[in-house]
Ligand binder design. Sequence first.
Ligand code: NAP
Length: 328
Amino acid sequence: MADKKAFVTGVTGQDGAYLSKLLLEKGYRVYGLLQRSTRYAFENLDYLGVTGDVDYVEGNMDDEASLINAIRRVHPDEVYNLAAQSFVGVSWDQARLTTEVNSLGVLNLLNAIKNFTPTTRFYQASTSEMFGNSADEQGIQTENTPFHPRSPYAISKLYAYWITINYKESFGMYCCNGILFNHESPIRGLEFVTRKITDAVVRIKLGMQDRLGLGNLDSCRDWGFAGDYVEAMYLMLQQDDPDNYLVSTGNTHSIADFCSAAFARVGIEDWEKHVFIDPAFKRPAELHRLRGHSERASEKLGWKPRVSFEELVNMMVDADLKRLSPAD
Ligand code: NAP
């Protein structure tokens, strides 16, 4: 097991940071793809204390040659493809960029692996967004639920999902899709609704902000903790055979539930007074309700989420409180 090498794209993102920490703890040498920037975003890796333990390779999902260089240089045992334009809302305004990174970027990476390190194991960060509003009679999604993507983001991810399966079937590569439901943490991007709520709740509590504008309060999501979900990614690449796995908690909560729990954590019970619907945040097409059934991950990987919804909300509010409270 010693000296196993993992190459993580999207290493500076929420999941990239949690996964890097997990793999480093397991003794991996971790290489991260870093896209060229005038200001590198190491905050998430800093938060988890692993920035200096990762080796970085510059490149971009959009640039096949840079991925070939990275794969040839690292010769990884495992590749975790987490890089993406990952914000659903932006995907309507930047549909082409979203497609280039999230669809063609995956094709670039798979080709680099196929041609230079074909025995490398590959994980693709697929998403519950691919289901759209599709579900069974109980309103639950499984690996067999038909896909009906409702955003350019979800459509770009569906291409990536199928090309990953196709490279497994066509070339015998070890390729897995993790169909992950929403997962959050104190380092979730501030543009995502959960973190937007916890950040605003703390600012309201501290008198730094009056109100919080949201696009809708009724959508329901199956929210889990990112630290739990990266363990499922790792487990998918340790099996005898590659497969696709849905990863979720099995519980669903509305955005109103999330607000209520977050405000309650700072002692504000009349939370509705502080929240208003801002049409600017409404999306052209909404997903009403996601709730996943991750039986395959539980049976084959032995994976189960550890952190509950309430623990997750409290963890995020507490972290924002610590970050935003004035120093003594
Ligand atoms: P995130 O925090 O938004 O991180 C995205 C990462 O992708 C960042 O490191 C970003 O780099 C990198 N990136 C973006 N464009 C790139 C490009 N052209 N070339 C190279 N790197 C690029 O996302 P996350 O929440 O960690 O999610 C990880 C993956 O899981 C994503 O693919 C996401 O779509 C998927 N997913 C997430 C969830 C969830 O609930 N979090 C659920 C299902 C699936 P910079 O830091 O330089 O911008």
